[in-house]
Design a protein around this ligand. Sequence first.
Ligand code: F6R
Length: 588
Amino acid sequence: MCGIVAYAGDERAAEIIYSGLEKLEYRGYDSAGITTLCDGSFYTVKRSGRVLGLSQYLGNMCGSTGIGHTRWATHGEASDINAHPHCCNRFAVVHNGIIENYSAVKVELVARGHTFLSQTDSEVVAHLLDEYYDGNLIAAVNKTCARLTGCWALAILCKDYEGFVAVRRGSPVIMARGADGYFAASDIPAVAACAEEYCVLEEGDIALISRSECKIFSDGTTSVSRTFVPVEKEQTDGLGEDCPHYMLREIRSNARTIRATCEKFPLAAGGGLYERLRRADKIVLVGCGTAYNAALSAKRLLCGAYDGFVEAVIASEARYNPPAVTKNSVVIAVSQSGETADTVRAAGILKEAGAYLVAVTNTGYSVITRIADKVLPVCAGVEICVAATKSYTGQLACFHLMASLPDYSCRRRELLRVADEVEKLACDELNSLRIAQLCVSSRAVFFIGRGGDADVATEASLKLKEVSYIFSDGYPAGELKHGTLALIDEDVLSVVIICDQSLAEKSKNAVEQILSRRGKVAVVTTLKSVYDELESRVSAAWLLPPVPAHLSHFVSAEALQLVAYRTAVLAGRDPDKPRNLAKSVTVE
Ligand code: F6R
């Protein structure tokens, strides 16, 4: 949710910051901007639209110090004027987060003669810095932060300082160094190409960074050192003709993610985790969006494995209405990014209430890992497409292993076998395209299933709607007759997931109810008997590999990820950057 990059070094800043912003575009892509500092003057370009829109202006931007931003609009529409950086006299600022009291501060500053150009909350930061600056940069930053409420990661340029200031309060900032200079950024991919080492700024840190020095102040005044660790240069395959989007590439990494998660799990799962879970009076799973949908599956798995009461709650609800927990409860925060503000906040509240906090996350240096008592890694690698795919699969793998403690060797073998099926399935074009064609010609698409298939239905619906913009809903098949049947007609498609033999007869009833009302049906099943019976009667039927029911979500979810992807492409959408969305939702 907004990405910031800052650089001070020996090279031209504009190009370095531009490449960093390209890597952070998954965090927001409605507008972008860069300011460089050269001989005491600012050179700024900011445009609505994608980062690419800045490229033609870089040649005119001199200086080897600068800051940049890619935006996901909160306050003020996506426009050139609202794009960051925001400047006021000697200061230029980029901001990730929300300044909650910006309106009151702005009124006060306007009364003191300041003129605001944008509708953003962020612009007040530049004006406050200008107001408080008397030659001492850190003092001005401290005073500014003291006036603000909300959350922020800031990168600041001051015309009097050949470097930049980075500030972390509630939104993530990493600092990095390489042969050619220092960097600050919202996330590591922004600097991975140029930096050798990085450290994560702690809450409240203010860093003063030039090409030759880096000073960090923990509370604005106390100088501290933070530990730098090597930047892992992740090997990611480029996009190519056979894989034109990250979404497809990441779906094709599902199998690798299952295998990698199985490999890392033994190291992470020690330290009394099994005993905690076994003795827990309650296990509470919290997450948002896809992570919450993975938590729904986790609830079924953990319910079958442990005695305590297990519930899955949406983090944005739990933070205002937290479930009761005790010191014997285990809270599991599920988050690909580990940064999602609602999840972090809910997890924090439940931990404060005494629960033991486990983070299931794909991002080892994220906010959630810093507050968790235990971190279980989802080894999906960097997920660039805004829609979560391989991270969901990795979360499921992690929950299977958690549910099989203390001796998970058998489940691990099962998972590795499933990974092989998942790998083959990822190459499918024919079946996914067939169902995608039905989706794209439908007014609405419902995904239904029973038991574990209902959880996959919920996730499949989220995936389809976010990347194709087609209205969609997903829920238990039995609920169809309690209202939604009223919406069924020949322009509506229902995708029925049937992977559990014990529930198949009842799910087939739902198919009959839809067909009797002239609705279109696509069946996705691991069961040959169901496929044979329905294939000639429905608009499409896809026979998936025959994996056991408790593992079928790996193949059914992947099949429907492919359907969502192909529907988006048929509908002419960009599946990697759906409109209005961004990865890492760091605002509440
Ligand atoms: C959907 C999607 C979102 C995220 C949600 C939580 O494809 O990506 O629904 O799952 O914003 O994000 P994390 O897992 O980073 O906490």
